[in-house]
Structure formats: structure tokens, C-alpha cells
Write a new protein. Structure first.
Length: 161
């Protein structure tokens, strides 16, 4: 199946893809808040997506995706990264993969084209879920931070009255 071969090709080139994407994201004003994330953490996360793509697409359950990406969304909220910047970076990750697949796919037959389209569908579904769960985690963390700040403010007011 071509989709599996393409995923293996992506995993094989994960370091190169990760470096290219990190450079693109790091230099984009749409992702400037990601400078709040330690560079090694960002690089490791990017490599993780590319290196473990077959697991993410074929083996991870919905619950595993939910846990991983709600945690990631909460982490970025805790770091003070604007969600729009994080969203752009995740979208850039998907687009970088799509470009690679289109460049390397070499669809010579209808069967190959079908496999490439199948992979594009799987990638779209994966990234849509990742974006949803990161938004959930991000929102929960922002609510938690807001409630904590509100309690602290209330405690300060009580002290002065």
C-alpha cells in the first residue's frame, strides 16, 4: 500500500523535515509566541510527530490522541503562547507534510494516486483531531489560570479590608 510506504518515507526523513519546519516556524511572525517554548522542546515535539507518524495515524486510539494533545494544549497555555500562534504552527506542520508527500509521492498509476489521497485524508483527520484536542486543553488551562488569578485577587482584597 502506497500510503504506508509514504508514511515510512516521512519517518525516514523525520530529522530533515523537522529541521525545515522548525526553521520555517521559528522565523514566522505568525508563530513568534513559540519563542516562549524552549527550542529543544519545540524541536523534540516536531521530531516526535514525524518520527512516530505511523503510530499516530494507524495505532493510536482516540483516547490516546485526546490525552496527548490536551496535555500539549495545556502546556502551551501555561507557557503563555497565543493559541493562534500554536494553531498556525500545527497547521504549518500538516502543510509541510503535504508538500513532502506531493513531492515524493510519485503517483504513476491510479492505484498510487489512491494511496496518496488516502494518506492525505488520514493526515487531515489526524491534524483536525490534534487541533481540536489542543484547543480543549488550552481552554481548560486558561480557565484554571483565570480562576487561580481571581482567587488570588479576592484573597488580596480580603486582606486589605
Amino acid at each position: 500500500m502506497l500510503a504506508v510506504k509514504l508514511v515510512k518515507l516521512i519517518e525516514k526523513h523525520s530529522d530533515q523535515l523537522s529541521r525545515e519546519l522548525s526553521e520555517k516556524v521559528w522565523n514566522s511572525p505568525r508563530c513568534s509566541d513559540l519563542h516562549k517554548v524552549p527550542a529543544d522542546e519545540l524541536q523534540a515535539r516536531t521530531r516526535e510527530i514525524y518520527r512516530n507518524l505511523s503510530d499516530s495515524l494507524l495505532e493510536k486510539t482516540e483516547a490516546e490522541l485526546e490525552q496527548r494533545y490536551t496535555e500539549l494544549g495545556a502546556r502551551r497555555a501555561e507557557q503563555g503562547v497565543a493559541y493562534s500562534h500554536f494553531h498556525w504552527a500545527l497547521t504549518a506542520t500538516k502543510e509541510h507534510l503535504r508538500s513532502f508527500v506531493q513531492r515524493e509521492g510519485l503517483s504513476d498509476s491510479a492505484m498510487d494516486l489512491h494511496g496518496e489521497l488516502e494518506l492525505m485524508h488520514m493526515l487531515g483527520k489526524f491534524f483536525d483531531r490534534a487541533l481540536y484536542y489542543t484547543a480543549v486543553g488550552y481552554e481548560r488551562e486558561r480557565e484554571r489560570i483565570g480562576a487561580k488569578q481571581k482567587r488570588r485577587k479576592g484573597d488580596e482584597q480580603k486582606r486589605f479590608t
